[in-house]
Design a protein around this ligand. Structure first.
Ligand code: CTP
Length: 402
Protein backbone atom coordinates (compact mmCIF):
# COMPACT_ATOMS: atom_id res chain seq x y z
CA UNK A 1 0.00 0.00 0.00
CA UNK A 2 1.75 3.17 -1.17
CA UNK A 3 0.40 5.62 1.41
CA UNK A 4 1.72 8.06 3.95
CA UNK A 5 0.45 8.86 7.41
CA UNK A 6 1.29 11.70 9.76
CA UNK A 7 1.81 10.29 13.25
CA UNK A 8 1.56 12.62 16.24
CA UNK A 9 3.22 11.09 19.29
CA UNK A 10 1.80 12.52 22.51
CA UNK A 11 3.32 12.44 25.97
CA UNK A 12 2.62 9.12 27.63
CA UNK A 13 4.41 5.95 28.60
CA UNK A 14 2.68 4.24 25.66
CA UNK A 15 4.81 6.37 23.29
CA UNK A 16 7.24 3.43 23.10
CA UNK A 17 4.52 1.42 21.30
CA UNK A 18 4.44 4.08 18.59
CA UNK A 19 8.02 3.14 17.72
CA UNK A 20 6.79 -0.40 17.01
CA UNK A 21 3.87 1.06 15.07
CA UNK A 22 6.25 2.89 12.73
CA UNK A 23 8.06 -0.40 12.05
CA UNK A 24 4.85 -2.38 11.49
CA UNK A 25 3.59 0.27 9.07
CA UNK A 26 6.88 0.36 7.20
CA UNK A 27 6.67 -3.41 6.72
CA UNK A 28 3.22 -2.88 5.17
CA UNK A 29 4.56 -0.25 2.79
CA UNK A 30 3.06 2.72 4.67
CA UNK A 31 5.41 5.67 5.20
CA UNK A 32 5.25 7.58 8.46
CA UNK A 33 6.16 11.21 9.08
CA UNK A 34 6.20 12.08 12.76
CA UNK A 35 5.42 15.10 14.90
CA UNK A 36 6.86 14.46 18.35
CA UNK A 37 5.19 16.63 20.96
CA UNK A 38 7.16 18.11 23.85
CA UNK A 39 5.48 15.57 26.17
CA UNK A 40 6.22 12.74 23.73
CA UNK A 41 9.90 13.64 23.68
CA UNK A 42 10.03 12.98 27.44
CA UNK A 43 9.36 9.31 26.64
CA UNK A 44 10.99 8.64 23.25
CA UNK A 45 13.68 10.58 21.45
CA UNK A 46 13.55 12.25 18.07
CA UNK A 47 16.66 10.24 17.21
CA UNK A 48 14.96 6.87 17.66
CA UNK A 49 11.77 8.05 15.91
CA UNK A 50 13.76 9.42 12.96
CA UNK A 51 15.88 6.29 12.81
CA UNK A 52 12.80 4.12 12.45
CA UNK A 53 10.74 6.35 10.15
CA UNK A 54 13.73 7.28 7.98
CA UNK A 55 12.37 10.83 7.86
CA UNK A 56 12.93 14.13 9.57
CA UNK A 57 11.01 14.38 12.85
CA UNK A 58 9.10 17.61 13.47
CA UNK A 59 8.94 19.00 16.97
CA UNK A 60 8.52 22.73 17.26
CA UNK A 61 6.05 25.09 15.60
CA UNK A 62 8.39 28.03 15.84
CA UNK A 63 11.41 26.37 14.28
CA UNK A 64 12.30 28.51 11.27
CA UNK A 65 14.28 25.74 9.59
CA UNK A 66 11.33 23.35 9.87
CA UNK A 67 8.90 25.95 8.57
CA UNK A 68 11.17 26.72 5.63
CA UNK A 69 11.43 23.00 4.73
CA UNK A 70 7.76 22.20 5.21
CA UNK A 71 5.25 24.56 6.79
CA UNK A 72 2.84 23.19 9.37
CA UNK A 73 -0.09 23.60 6.98
CA UNK A 74 1.64 21.55 4.31
CA UNK A 75 2.65 18.98 6.92
CA UNK A 76 -1.00 18.56 7.88
CA UNK A 77 -2.12 18.04 4.29
CA UNK A 78 0.77 15.98 3.02
CA UNK A 79 -0.53 12.68 4.40
CA UNK A 80 -3.42 10.35 3.64
CA UNK A 81 -4.40 10.02 7.30
CA UNK A 82 -3.39 11.67 10.57
CA UNK A 83 -2.88 9.33 13.55
CA UNK A 84 -2.49 10.53 17.15
CA UNK A 85 -0.86 7.78 19.23
CA UNK A 86 -0.73 7.94 22.14
CA UNK A 87 -3.56 10.44 22.23
CA UNK A 88 -3.41 12.02 25.69
CA UNK A 89 -6.30 13.66 27.54
CA UNK A 90 -4.56 16.98 26.89
CA UNK A 91 -4.23 16.51 23.12
CA UNK A 92 -7.84 15.28 22.85
CA UNK A 93 -9.10 18.24 24.88
CA UNK A 94 -7.16 20.79 22.84
CA UNK A 95 -8.25 19.26 19.53
CA UNK A 96 -11.90 19.16 20.66
CA UNK A 97 -11.81 22.84 21.60
CA UNK A 98 -9.71 24.13 18.72
CA UNK A 99 -6.79 25.14 20.91
CA UNK A 100 -3.77 25.38 18.63
CA UNK A 101 -0.67 26.38 20.57
CA UNK A 102 2.02 24.03 19.32
CA UNK A 103 2.90 22.15 16.16
CA UNK A 104 0.75 19.07 16.94
CA UNK A 105 -2.42 20.97 17.84
CA UNK A 106 -2.00 23.49 15.02
CA UNK A 107 -1.63 20.62 12.57
CA UNK A 108 -4.71 18.87 13.97
CA UNK A 109 -6.74 22.00 13.41
CA UNK A 110 -5.33 22.72 9.96
CA UNK A 111 -5.61 19.25 8.47
CA UNK A 112 -8.16 18.35 5.82
CA UNK A 113 -7.58 14.64 6.41
CA UNK A 114 -9.32 12.19 8.71
CA UNK A 115 -7.79 11.81 12.15
CA UNK A 116 -7.52 8.54 14.08
CA UNK A 117 -7.01 9.04 17.82
CA UNK A 118 -5.51 6.11 19.75
CA UNK A 119 -5.91 7.11 23.40
CA UNK A 120 -3.72 6.01 26.28
CA UNK A 121 -4.22 7.38 29.76
CA UNK A 122 -5.14 6.51 33.31
CA UNK A 123 -8.53 4.79 33.52
CA UNK A 124 -10.08 7.55 35.62
CA UNK A 125 -8.85 10.21 33.23
CA UNK A 126 -10.38 8.25 30.34
CA UNK A 127 -13.68 7.80 32.18
CA UNK A 128 -13.83 11.40 33.33
CA UNK A 129 -16.70 13.55 32.09
CA UNK A 130 -14.49 16.11 30.30
CA UNK A 131 -12.56 13.45 28.36
CA UNK A 132 -15.72 11.60 27.36
CA UNK A 133 -17.31 14.90 26.28
CA UNK A 134 -14.25 15.75 24.22
CA UNK A 135 -14.15 12.30 22.58
CA UNK A 136 -17.81 12.67 21.62
CA UNK A 137 -17.14 16.13 20.18
CA UNK A 138 -14.34 14.80 17.99
CA UNK A 139 -16.43 11.83 16.82
CA UNK A 140 -19.29 14.20 16.01
CA UNK A 141 -16.76 16.26 14.07
CA UNK A 142 -16.01 13.18 11.93
CA UNK A 143 -12.89 11.82 13.60
CA UNK A 144 -12.13 8.22 14.64
CA UNK A 145 -11.10 6.57 17.89
CA UNK A 146 -9.52 3.18 18.47
CA UNK A 147 -9.46 1.82 22.02
CA UNK A 148 -8.29 2.27 24.66
CA UNK A 149 -7.86 -1.42 25.51
CA UNK A 150 -8.72 -2.78 28.89
CA UNK A 151 -5.99 -4.18 31.11
CA UNK A 152 -3.37 -3.47 33.71
CA UNK A 153 -1.70 -0.14 33.13
CA UNK A 154 1.73 1.27 33.84
CA UNK A 155 0.23 3.29 36.74
CA UNK A 156 -0.89 0.03 38.39
CA UNK A 157 -4.64 0.55 37.92
CA UNK A 158 -6.87 -1.75 35.88
CA UNK A 159 -9.48 -0.81 33.27
CA UNK A 160 -9.77 0.86 29.88
CA UNK A 161 -6.75 3.06 29.31
CA UNK A 162 -4.04 1.01 27.60
CA UNK A 163 -3.10 2.07 24.12
CA UNK A 164 -4.16 -0.42 21.39
CA UNK A 165 -1.42 -2.75 20.18
CA UNK A 166 0.65 -1.68 17.13
CA UNK A 167 -0.58 -4.53 14.87
CA UNK A 168 -4.19 -3.66 15.65
CA UNK A 169 -3.57 0.06 15.04
CA UNK A 170 -1.86 -0.77 11.74
CA UNK A 171 -4.84 -2.95 10.69
CA UNK A 172 -7.24 -0.09 11.34
CA UNK A 173 -4.97 2.42 9.58
CA UNK A 174 -4.89 0.16 6.51
CA UNK A 175 -8.66 -0.23 6.59
CA UNK A 176 -9.25 3.51 6.98
CA UNK A 177 -6.87 4.16 4.08
CA UNK A 178 -8.98 1.73 2.03
CA UNK A 179 -12.12 3.61 3.07
CA UNK A 180 -13.48 0.82 5.28
CA UNK A 181 -14.84 2.46 8.43
CA UNK A 182 -17.11 -0.11 10.09
CA UNK A 183 -14.43 -1.96 11.99
CA UNK A 184 -14.66 -3.67 15.34
CA UNK A 185 -13.27 -1.44 18.05
CA UNK A 186 -13.25 1.64 15.83
CA UNK A 187 -15.57 4.44 16.85
CA UNK A 188 -16.27 7.15 14.38
CA UNK A 189 -18.73 8.89 12.11
CA UNK A 190 -21.92 7.06 11.35
CA UNK A 191 -22.54 7.35 7.62
CA UNK A 192 -26.08 5.98 7.93
CA UNK A 193 -27.16 8.24 10.80
CA UNK A 194 -30.68 9.51 10.12
CA UNK A 195 -31.55 6.57 7.84
CA UNK A 196 -34.19 3.99 8.72
CA UNK A 197 -33.38 0.43 7.63
CA UNK A 198 -36.06 -2.24 7.59
CA UNK A 199 -34.82 -5.85 7.50
CA UNK A 200 -36.71 -9.14 7.26
CA UNK A 201 -34.95 -12.23 8.57
CA UNK A 202 -35.43 -15.88 9.41
CA UNK A 203 -38.05 -18.29 8.10
CA UNK A 204 -41.79 -17.89 8.23
CA UNK A 205 -44.12 -20.52 9.67
CA UNK A 206 -47.36 -21.31 7.93
CA UNK A 207 -49.82 -23.03 10.21
CA UNK A 208 -51.50 -26.28 9.21
CA UNK A 209 -53.28 -26.54 12.53
CA UNK A 210 -52.49 -25.20 16.03
CA UNK A 211 -49.51 -27.56 16.41
CA UNK A 212 -48.19 -28.16 12.89
CA UNK A 213 -46.69 -25.83 10.34
CA UNK A 214 -44.77 -25.52 7.07
CA UNK A 215 -41.39 -23.79 7.31
CA UNK A 216 -37.78 -23.96 6.12
CA UNK A 217 -34.23 -24.20 7.43
CA UNK A 218 -33.34 -20.48 7.58
CA UNK A 219 -31.42 -19.65 10.78
CA UNK A 220 -31.81 -15.86 10.58
CA UNK A 221 -28.04 -15.43 11.07
CA UNK A 222 -27.43 -13.45 7.88
CA UNK A 223 -30.37 -11.12 8.37
CA UNK A 224 -29.49 -10.50 12.01
CA UNK A 225 -25.87 -9.78 11.05
CA UNK A 226 -27.01 -7.28 8.42
CA UNK A 227 -29.28 -5.57 10.94
CA UNK A 228 -26.33 -5.30 13.37
CA UNK A 229 -23.96 -4.00 10.68
CA UNK A 230 -26.41 -1.31 9.52
CA UNK A 231 -26.99 -0.32 13.16
CA UNK A 232 -23.25 0.01 13.70
CA UNK A 233 -23.14 2.49 10.82
CA UNK A 234 -25.74 4.60 12.56
CA UNK A 235 -28.97 3.49 10.88
CA UNK A 236 -32.15 3.14 12.91
CA UNK A 237 -32.97 -0.52 12.36
CA UNK A 238 -36.31 -2.33 12.44
CA UNK A 239 -35.85 -6.08 12.27
CA UNK A 240 -38.95 -8.08 11.34
CA UNK A 241 -38.09 -11.65 12.17
CA UNK A 242 -39.64 -15.06 11.80
CA UNK A 243 -39.01 -17.61 14.58
CA UNK A 244 -35.27 -18.14 15.12
CA UNK A 245 -33.08 -19.36 17.95
CA UNK A 246 -30.50 -16.54 18.00
CA UNK A 247 -30.23 -13.34 20.03
CA UNK A 248 -31.28 -10.12 18.30
CA UNK A 249 -28.73 -7.31 17.87
CA UNK A 250 -29.18 -4.76 20.65
CA UNK A 251 -29.25 -1.86 18.18
CA UNK A 252 -32.40 -3.03 16.39
CA UNK A 253 -36.07 -2.81 17.21
CA UNK A 254 -37.23 -6.42 16.93
CA UNK A 255 -40.70 -7.31 15.69
CA UNK A 256 -41.41 -11.02 15.95
CA UNK A 257 -43.80 -12.58 13.46
CA UNK A 258 -44.77 -16.09 12.39
CA UNK A 259 -46.41 -16.15 8.97
CA UNK A 260 -45.63 -14.42 5.67
CA UNK A 261 -48.81 -12.41 5.95
CA UNK A 262 -47.83 -11.20 9.45
CA UNK A 263 -44.37 -10.32 8.13
CA UNK A 264 -45.83 -8.24 5.31
CA UNK A 265 -48.16 -6.45 7.72
CA UNK A 266 -45.30 -5.67 10.13
CA UNK A 267 -43.15 -4.34 7.26
CA UNK A 268 -45.92 -2.12 5.97
CA UNK A 269 -46.49 -0.79 9.48
CA UNK A 270 -42.78 0.00 9.81
CA UNK A 271 -42.70 2.22 6.69
CA UNK A 272 -41.45 4.78 5.81
CA UNK A 273 -37.91 3.46 5.54
CA UNK A 274 -34.90 4.51 3.49
CA UNK A 275 -33.49 1.01 3.13
CA UNK A 276 -35.30 -2.33 2.86
CA UNK A 277 -33.31 -5.54 2.94
CA UNK A 278 -35.42 -8.67 2.44
CA UNK A 279 -33.30 -11.46 3.86
CA UNK A 280 -36.12 -13.63 5.18
CA UNK A 281 -36.71 -17.01 3.66
CA UNK A 282 -40.42 -16.40 3.30
CA UNK A 283 -42.47 -19.54 2.74
CA UNK A 284 -43.77 -19.31 -0.80
CA UNK A 285 -46.96 -21.16 0.05
CA UNK A 286 -49.37 -21.65 2.91
CA UNK A 287 -52.30 -24.01 3.28
CA UNK A 288 -55.52 -22.53 1.96
CA UNK A 289 -56.98 -22.73 5.44
CA UNK A 290 -55.51 -23.72 8.77
CA UNK A 291 -57.57 -25.89 11.08
CA UNK A 292 -58.67 -24.30 14.36
CA UNK A 293 -58.16 -27.56 16.22
CA UNK A 294 -55.52 -30.23 15.89
CA UNK A 295 -56.19 -32.47 12.90
CA UNK A 296 -56.67 -36.04 14.17
CA UNK A 297 -55.44 -39.05 12.25
CA UNK A 298 -58.83 -40.70 12.36
CA UNK A 299 -61.25 -42.13 9.86
CA UNK A 300 -60.85 -39.35 7.31
CA UNK A 301 -57.36 -40.74 6.50
CA UNK A 302 -54.29 -38.81 5.41
CA UNK A 303 -55.25 -35.16 4.89
CA UNK A 304 -54.41 -33.55 1.55
CA UNK A 305 -52.91 -30.09 1.93
CA UNK A 306 -54.02 -27.54 -0.61
CA UNK A 307 -51.46 -24.78 -0.90
CA UNK A 308 -52.00 -21.19 -1.95
CA UNK A 309 -49.39 -18.55 -2.70
CA UNK A 310 -48.16 -16.20 -0.01
CA UNK A 311 -47.84 -12.47 -0.65
CA UNK A 312 -44.41 -11.47 -1.98
CA UNK A 313 -43.12 -9.00 0.59
CA UNK A 314 -40.15 -7.84 -1.46
CA UNK A 315 -42.26 -7.23 -4.55
CA UNK A 316 -45.00 -5.51 -2.55
CA UNK A 317 -42.56 -3.08 -0.90
CA UNK A 318 -40.75 -2.50 -4.21
CA UNK A 319 -44.04 -1.31 -5.65
CA UNK A 320 -45.33 0.48 -2.56
CA UNK A 321 -46.23 4.14 -2.75
CA UNK A 322 -43.80 4.85 0.08
CA UNK A 323 -41.10 2.64 -1.52
CA UNK A 324 -37.81 2.79 0.38
CA UNK A 325 -35.01 4.51 -1.61
CA UNK A 326 -32.92 1.35 -1.74
CA UNK A 327 -34.66 -2.04 -1.93
CA UNK A 328 -32.47 -5.12 -1.71
CA UNK A 329 -33.59 -8.70 -2.15
CA UNK A 330 -31.80 -11.98 -1.62
CA UNK A 331 -31.72 -14.83 -4.06
CA UNK A 332 -31.02 -18.24 -2.66
CA UNK A 333 -30.02 -20.30 -5.67
CA UNK A 334 -28.46 -23.68 -6.25
CA UNK A 335 -27.55 -23.28 -9.95
CA UNK A 336 -27.05 -20.56 -12.59
CA UNK A 337 -26.80 -18.19 -9.64
CA UNK A 338 -26.23 -14.88 -11.47
CA UNK A 339 -28.72 -15.35 -14.29
CA UNK A 340 -31.44 -16.43 -11.84
CA UNK A 341 -30.59 -13.44 -9.62
CA UNK A 342 -30.75 -11.03 -12.54
CA UNK A 343 -34.12 -12.38 -13.59
CA UNK A 344 -35.31 -12.00 -9.99
CA UNK A 345 -34.11 -8.37 -9.94
CA UNK A 346 -36.50 -7.58 -12.76
CA UNK A 347 -39.35 -9.71 -11.46
CA UNK A 348 -39.30 -8.26 -7.97
CA UNK A 349 -38.62 -4.65 -8.98
CA UNK A 350 -35.85 -4.16 -6.43
CA UNK A 351 -32.59 -2.23 -6.85
CA UNK A 352 -30.08 -4.92 -5.87
CA UNK A 353 -30.28 -8.67 -5.53
CA UNK A 354 -27.77 -10.36 -3.27
CA UNK A 355 -27.27 -13.76 -4.82
CA UNK A 356 -25.96 -16.62 -2.80
CA UNK A 357 -25.31 -20.18 -3.73
CA UNK A 358 -27.14 -22.26 -1.14
CA UNK A 359 -26.07 -25.58 -2.60
CA UNK A 360 -23.34 -25.80 0.10
CA UNK A 361 -23.44 -24.95 3.80
CA UNK A 362 -24.99 -21.45 3.61
CA UNK A 363 -28.40 -22.28 5.08
CA UNK A 364 -27.83 -22.47 8.84
CA UNK A 365 -24.03 -22.21 8.44
CA UNK A 366 -21.72 -19.37 9.46
CA UNK A 367 -20.27 -18.43 6.06
CA UNK A 368 -21.60 -16.91 2.88
CA UNK A 369 -20.31 -15.91 -0.56
CA UNK A 370 -22.43 -13.02 -1.76
CA UNK A 371 -22.69 -11.55 -5.24
CA UNK A 372 -24.45 -8.20 -5.32
CA UNK A 373 -26.26 -7.98 -8.66
CA UNK A 374 -27.42 -4.53 -9.76
CA UNK A 375 -28.82 -3.11 -13.01
CA UNK A 376 -25.32 -2.31 -14.16
CA UNK A 377 -23.07 -5.07 -12.87
CA UNK A 378 -22.02 -7.52 -10.23
CA UNK A 379 -19.88 -7.15 -7.11
CA UNK A 380 -18.62 -10.50 -5.83
CA UNK A 381 -17.57 -10.75 -2.19
CA UNK A 382 -15.22 -13.58 -1.27
CA UNK A 383 -16.40 -16.36 1.06
CA UNK A 384 -16.69 -14.58 4.41
CA UNK A 385 -18.27 -15.16 7.79
CA UNK A 386 -21.86 -13.96 7.78
CA UNK A 387 -20.82 -11.08 10.08
CA UNK A 388 -18.07 -9.95 7.69
CA UNK A 389 -20.31 -10.35 4.65
CA UNK A 390 -22.92 -8.23 6.45
CA UNK A 391 -20.31 -5.56 7.15
CA UNK A 392 -19.28 -5.47 3.50
CA UNK A 393 -22.89 -5.14 2.41
CA UNK A 394 -23.58 -2.40 4.98
CA UNK A 395 -20.50 -0.49 3.73
CA UNK A 396 -21.78 -0.79 0.18
CA UNK A 397 -25.16 0.53 1.28
CA UNK A 398 -23.47 3.46 3.07
CA UNK A 399 -21.47 4.18 -0.08
CA UNK A 400 -24.69 4.24 -2.10
CA UNK A 401 -26.03 7.01 0.14
CA UNK A 402 -22.77 8.97 0.39
N1 CTP B 1 -39.37 -12.87 -0.69
C1 CTP B 1 -40.37 -12.13 -0.08
N2 CTP B 1 -41.62 -12.66 0.00
C2 CTP B 1 -41.91 -13.87 -0.52
C3 CTP B 1 -40.87 -14.62 -1.12
C4 CTP B 1 -39.62 -14.09 -1.19
O1 CTP B 1 -40.13 -11.01 0.39
N3 CTP B 1 -43.12 -14.34 -0.42
C5 CTP B 1 -38.04 -12.26 -0.81
C6 CTP B 1 -36.97 -12.96 -0.03
O2 CTP B 1 -36.82 -12.38 1.25
C7 CTP B 1 -35.75 -12.68 -0.89
C8 CTP B 1 -36.30 -12.66 -2.30
O3 CTP B 1 -37.67 -12.39 -2.15
O4 CTP B 1 -35.22 -11.41 -0.65
C9 CTP B 1 -36.09 -13.91 -3.11
O5 CTP B 1 -36.75 -14.98 -2.58
P1 CTP B 1 -36.64 -16.45 -3.22
O6 CTP B 1 -37.52 -17.33 -2.44
O7 CTP B 1 -35.23 -16.85 -3.35
O8 CTP B 1 -37.18 -16.21 -4.66
P2 CTP B 1 -38.55 -16.52 -5.29
O9 CTP B 1 -39.08 -15.27 -5.88
O10 CTP B 1 -39.43 -17.21 -4.33
O11 CTP B 1 -38.19 -17.46 -6.50
P3 CTP B 1 -37.73 -19.00 -6.49
O12 CTP B 1 -38.24 -19.62 -5.20
O13 CTP B 1 -38.39 -19.53 -7.70
O14 CTP B 1 -36.25 -19.00 -6.57
Amino acid sequence: MDKRILLIIGGGIAAYKSLFLIRVLARRGIKTRVILTKGGSEFVTALSVGGLSGEKVFTDLFDLTDEAEMGHIELSRNADLVVVAPATADLIAKAAHGIANDLATTTLQATDKRVLYVPAMNVRMWDSAPTQRNVKTLIDDGQYFLGPDEGEMACGEFGPGRMAEPDNIADKIESLLRGDTSLDGLRGPKPLAGKHALITAGPTREAIDPVRYLSNRSSGKQGYAIAAALGRLGAKVTLVSGPVAIDPPSCAELIRVESARDMLQACENALPADIFVAVAAVADWRTDSSADVKIKKDASGIPALKLVENPDILKTLSQAQSRPDLVIGFAAETNDVISHARAKLGRKGCDWIVANDVSGDVMGGDHNSMIVVTETGEDSFPRLTKADAARRLAEKIAEHFS
